[in-house]
Design a protein around this ligand. Sequence first.
Ligand code: LFR
Length: 480
Amino acid sequence: STVKSYAAVDLGASSGRVMVGRVGPGSLELSEAHRFPNRPVRVPEGLRWDVLGLYRGVLDGLRAAGQVASVGVDSWAVDYGLLDADGALLGNPVHYRDARTEGVAEKVWATLPAEELYAATGLQYAPFNTLYQLAAARDTAQLAAARRLLLVPDLLTYWLTGELGTELTNASTTQLVDPRTRDWAHGVAGRLGIDLGLFPPLRLPGDPAGVLRPEVLQETGLTGPVPVTAVGSHDTASAVAAVPATDGRFAYICTGTWSLAGLELSAPVLTEESRAANFTNELGLDGTVRYLRNIMGLWLLQECVRAWGDPDLGELLRAAAEVPALRSVVDAGDAAFLAPGRMPERIAEACRASGQPVPSSPAETTRCILDSLALAHHAAVEEAQRLADHPVDVVHIVGGGTRNTLLCQLTADACGLPVVAGPTEAAALGNVLVQARADGLVGDLAGMRDLLARTQAPTRYEPRGDTARWRQAAARLTGR
Ligand code: LFR
């Protein structure tokens, strides 16, 4: 038969997985070969990714996946590893939640004003954009010794194949790419003294990225040649590619550690108003732009759950559903929630500071987080439509947050629009479909989405009226 298997390596901030997608004419099935925790490590110099542990997880996963037609790798954005002149990794990649970028943006803007930076790159301000990370690393011995910079998926692809490249969708999160030309922003890099020569040449989703090295074949038990295909290596690019939309009038929210809420556009929005609203123009498949806002997402809940000693999540969500709605809300877009630690206290402090009731139990804090996320989802969906002049009829939620039915329903309520939730493993599916497409098994982006809509059975949530209460809650945050 013409059913073929593809391995998607998808690394999130809290776990990594290797998924196997089986693609045939009109069929698409996904199964999990291996899942492993991703636990960052705090060492004296700061917060680091355990990238060797992740690579071991990838190898174990490929072994569990068995023989596949190709492999693709995606992960979270912005972070990177440095290679020395011998091609060896210099240290552990720095975690984007590390404190090294504190106060760095202001220094960068003294050389290159934020307005100019946005007009040239279209990237929202986030302290962890690669550009600020590189500015923070400017005088380090490590950067001085570096000959190559590889974004995380490109680093793993390099270890798998021995080949170097910089995949475009993820490159667009560095703040060193011009979203109009979809090429490096040479002017920006030049003014900030960033050496673009560190980045290997750009490659696009669907481009070949080498074949598994003989040692990798041996370690995974696979029979070569096994090609590796560049996919939308930014997990959010892969997830957006897997939104099962049937026409262009949709907004999406990619949920997981983050909520990434916005629109798919054919051109960037680089206006000053868009910058002030902190919308980003990241690059997607096939010339698309991911016009979205970063919202703290389920990170807020993950950090609380960690602080509470890992109670049962199902019970917690059931209890949260019983708590009266919208008693207190926080600004889930606030970068003040970026760093790990003390999350229940930080949420309580934010409620107190804005004169609202302070949540006093895990259930109340959980409800506060979910109401706040729904509110932030609505704000992003609403403002994106206005700033891009692109109206929508439906909000698609994809990713891990689709399991949180309360969050999906609250998002429908807050937005006053139907929510279509699923698929949960959107990034892995987008990863698989780009490989299958490069292999000639599926058509364009619309064809990929058509296949998803027919095979992945999403869940629909209708808005439950009373949008006025959500507007009032939003006003508590803006003081308007
Ligand atoms: C989601 C994500 C976001 C990015 C954040 C940090 O996993 O990739 O898109 O802003 O992680 O890299």
